[in-house]
Design a protein around this ligand. Structure first.
Ligand code: TMP
Length: 207
C-alpha cells in the first residue's frame, strides 16, 4: 500500500506524519515514512538546491526537473523495495505536488508533467492520497511563525492559491484515490480523521 499526503504550505502534513505512523505501527502495520523532495542521500542534496532562498534565478522548468530527479532516486532506492517487502509506505508529498506546484502553480503543461512523472517513477502511483486542505494565506502565516521558510514559500500568494485550487481539481478528477480533509480544524481532529481514513483502506472489510 502506497499512501501520499499532499497539501499547500502550512497544512500540517509533516507534523502529522510521525504520530500517524506510530499509531499504525502500534496497530501492527509495518510502516515506512518518507518525504519529498529528499528522502535519500542524493535527493537531500537536490532538496538543498531547490529550497535555498538565494536561488531566486531558478527557472520553473529547471525546478520541475530537479523535483523529478529527487523523486526518481527515492522511488528506486527506497519506495519500490519497501513496497516489494510488503511495507506500508507513506510519503510526505509525491507526484501530485509537481502537478499542483509546477503545473497549476507555474503554468507548465500538465500532460507534459504527467509524462515526465511516468518516466521518473516508472509509473508508480499512490493507492491513496490524502489532501490536507488549507487556505494558503493561513498556512503561510503558520509556516512563517514556526520558522521553516524556504524559496518555494516566497512565491506570491496568488501562486499558492493556484496550487490549492489545482489540488482540489486533481482530487475532483480522481475521487477513488483522493480523500480531502479540512486541515483548518483543530490538530487532534485532523489526526483522528487521518487515522480513520487510512485504517479503513488498510483493513479489508470483514465478510
Ligand atoms: P515542505 O517540506 O515544506 O513540504 O517543502 C517542500 C516544498 O517543495 C513545498 O513548497 C512544495 C514544493 N514542492 C514542489 O513544488 N514540487 C514537488 O514536486 C514537491 C515534492 C514539492
Amino acid at each position: 500500500m502506497f499512501i501520499t499526503l499532499e497539501g499547500p504550505e502550512g497544512s500540517g502534513k509533516t507534523s502529522h506524519l510521525p504520530d500517524l505512523a506510530d499509531f499504525l505501527r502500534e496497530d501492527g502495520w509495518n510502516v515506512l515514512t518518507t518525504r519529498e523532495p529528499g528522502g535519500t542521500a542524493i535527493g537531500d542534496q537536490v532538496r538543498q538546491v531547490l529550497m535555498r532562498s538565494d536561488n531566486t534565478a531558478m527557472n520553473p522548468r529547471a525546478e520541475t526537473l530537479l523535483f523529478l530527479a529527487a523523486r526518481a532516486q527515492l522511488v528506486n532506492e527506497v519506495i519500490r523495495p519497501a513496497l516489494a517487502a510488503g511495507t506500508v509506505v507513506i510519503s510526505d508529498r509525491y507526484g501530485d505536488s509537481t502537478l499542483a506546484y509546477q503545473g497549476y502553480g507555474h503554468g507548465n503543461d500538465l500532460d507534459t508533467i504527467r509524462q515526465m512523472l511516468a518516466f521518473a517513477t516508472g509509473g508508480l502511483t499512490p493507492d491513496l492520497t490524502v489532501l490536507l486542505d488549507v487556505d494558503p494565506a493561513v498556512g503561510l502565516r503558520r509556516k512563517k511563525t514556526v520558522g521553516e521558510w524556504n524559496r518555494m514559500d516566497a512565491y506570491q500568494l496568488e501562486f499558492h492559491q493556484r496550487v490549492r485550487a489545482g489540488y482540489l481539481e486533481l482530487a475532483r478528477q480522481e475521487p477513488r484515490r483522493w480523500v480531502v480533509l479540512d486541515a483548518g480544524q483543530p490538530r487532534e481532529m485532523v489526526q483522528t480523521a487521518l487515522r480513520q481514513v487510512i485504517l479503513a483502506r488498510l483493513t479489508p472489510p470483514s465478510v
